[in-house]
Design a protein. Structure first.
Length: 162
């Protein structure tokens, strides 16, 4: 357990160190109107994405566990969390990271956010592996949840606008 935590700690330090190192501007400039559009759209993606990641993390509370593309682990007393942002999409934190990546790219136009977006396929693999594990653990409860809640994009219901 200590080795796993040390590995995740060192991997996190390395990841964030790389992000700091990559904080260099991309080799293009935007004129005034496209830059204003990029700032507005970037803000509309970035800040809700951050909120989605935080909301998901807070909803999971003690059930939060770091997983990787190599696998995921469940706790002995694991529960299927279907409230909060998990009532809208099955992978709110990964969706939030994707929104943060695109929003940050539009806001800051740095290599760091290009890097964040570049590794999004690894999040897709991680989500797939987590879903396999949850399906095996929760069976029909998981199947009912997947029928009710989409994986990535929330369903817009006309009744929610009344």
């Amino acid at each position: 357990m200590l080795r796993t935590r040390m590995f995740y700690f060192l991997a996190s330090v390395g990841y964030f160190g790389l992000c700091v190192r990559l904080w260099r501007p991309l080799p293009f400039a935007l004129s005034q109107l496209p830059r204003a559009f990029a700032l507005i759209l970037g803000s509309l993606l970035y800040f809700p994405g951050l909120a989605l990641v935080l909301w998901g993390r807070l909803t999971l509370a003690q059930l939060y566990n770091v997983s990787s593309s190599f696998g995921a682990q469940l706790y002995v007393d694991q529960q299927l969390v279907t409230r909060g942002p998990f009532a809208c999409v099955r992978h709110p934190m990964y969706l939030g990271i994707w929104l943060v990546g695109w929003g940050g790219l539009l806001l800051y136009r740095t290599w760091t956010f290009a890097f964040v977006l570049f590794h999004f396929p690894a999040l897709l693999i991680r989500a797939w592996r987590e879903e396999q594990l949850l399906a095996a653990e929760f069976g029909e409860q998981w199947a009912a949840y997947t029928r009710r809640v989409p994986a990535w994009l929330p369903r817009l219901r006309v009744s929610s606008f009344k």
